[in-house]
Design a protein around this ligand. Structure first.
Ligand SMILES: Nc1ncnc2c1ncn2[C@@H]1O[C@H](COP(=O)(O)OP(=O)(O)OP(=O)(O)O)[C@@H](O)[C@H]1O
Length: 245
């Protein structure tokens, strides 16, 4: 599969004006091909979250073009953007953002309810099975471990069968065993279902699960490593961090 799932061309995002203005992204051009798993790394403030937000249509760049599965986002109305995000994009964040009063299966079915569709029990159960939580369907978030809660959040992100899954530090709040489980699931979904996945992370071990690691520094691309080891990723990060001090 060689088609672009997400394409950024000369994307610029500035915050503020005058002497306090910050250029969070400076003419960034990138292609994320269908069925690939990319990690985005870089020192604090390098523009990772801004990149993710612009690529996912949660934020609008000041200049440049963002295309998701061929749809240009920058000129889209808020309504169309909301629909596109709902149907084609899934999100997992560091905070699991589950509703505490709902069970795992109710949380997983929520995106379909919000889209005005009634989630079928079979589809919800299948999503929970995919993340290995069939036996926790009736549990509420407080009755689940952090890793299990993030797996429920992953099942919720996948219930709409999105083309692209975005993760902003999805393993940032997990212990190493739970992180490995979640990252293994993400990697399997890319390989088995061709789901394009783009993940921001600070953790070289998490990034080593990706097919490619992109590095940002000062709002610009600063290198990439294909299928790198955690050691090589950490070494590249150390160079960038030293340069940004
Ligand atoms: N809403 C905002 N208003 C003003 N400046 C912002 C805003 N959001 C981000 N910035 C600035 O833009 C730059 C990039 O921020 P961003 O959050 O994308 O970086 P990051 O690489 O994700 O950082 P971290 O790893 O610390 O989360 C930073 O200098 C940040 O201070």
């Amino acid at each position: 599969m060689n088609n672009a799932a997400v394409e950024l061309r000369d994307v610029t995002r500035r915050y503020g004006t005058g002497p306090d203005a910050v250029t969070a992204l400076d003419k960034v051009s990138l292609t994320f091909r269908q069925g690939t798993f990319t990690a985005v790394m870089g020192p604090s403030g390098s523009g990772k979250s801004t990149l993710l937000q612009c690529a996912a249509g949660l934020d609008r760049p000041d200049a440049g073009s963002v295309r998701v599965t061929g749809h240009e986002l920058t000129a889209m109305s808020e309504r169309r953007l909301t629909l596109l995000r709902r149907e084609q994009i899934g999100f997992v964040f560091q905070a699991f953002n589950l509703l505490p009063s709902l069970t795992a299966e109710q949380n997983v079915g929520l995106p379909l309810r919000l889209a005005g569709r009634r989630p079928s029990r079979a589809r919800v159960r299948q999503a929970l099975a995919q993340v290995g939580l069939t036996d926790r369907a009736r549990h509420r978030p407080a009755q689940l471990s952090g890793g299990q809660q993030q797996r429920v959040a992953l099942a919720r992100a996948l219930i709409t069968r999105p083309d692209v899954l975005f993760g902003d530090e999805p393993t940032g709040a997990l212990d190493s065993q739970s992180s490995r489980e979640v990252l293994g699931l993400l990697r399997d979904m890319v390989r088995e279902e061709g789901r394009t996945t783009i993940m921001v992370t600070h953790d070289p071990v998490a990034a080593s699960y990706a097919d490619r690691v992109l590095f940002l520094a000062d709002g610009r691309l600063n290198g990439e490593l294909p299928q790198a080891s955690a050691k090589d990723i950490a070494a590249h990060m150390a160079t960038l961090e030293a340069a940004s001090c």
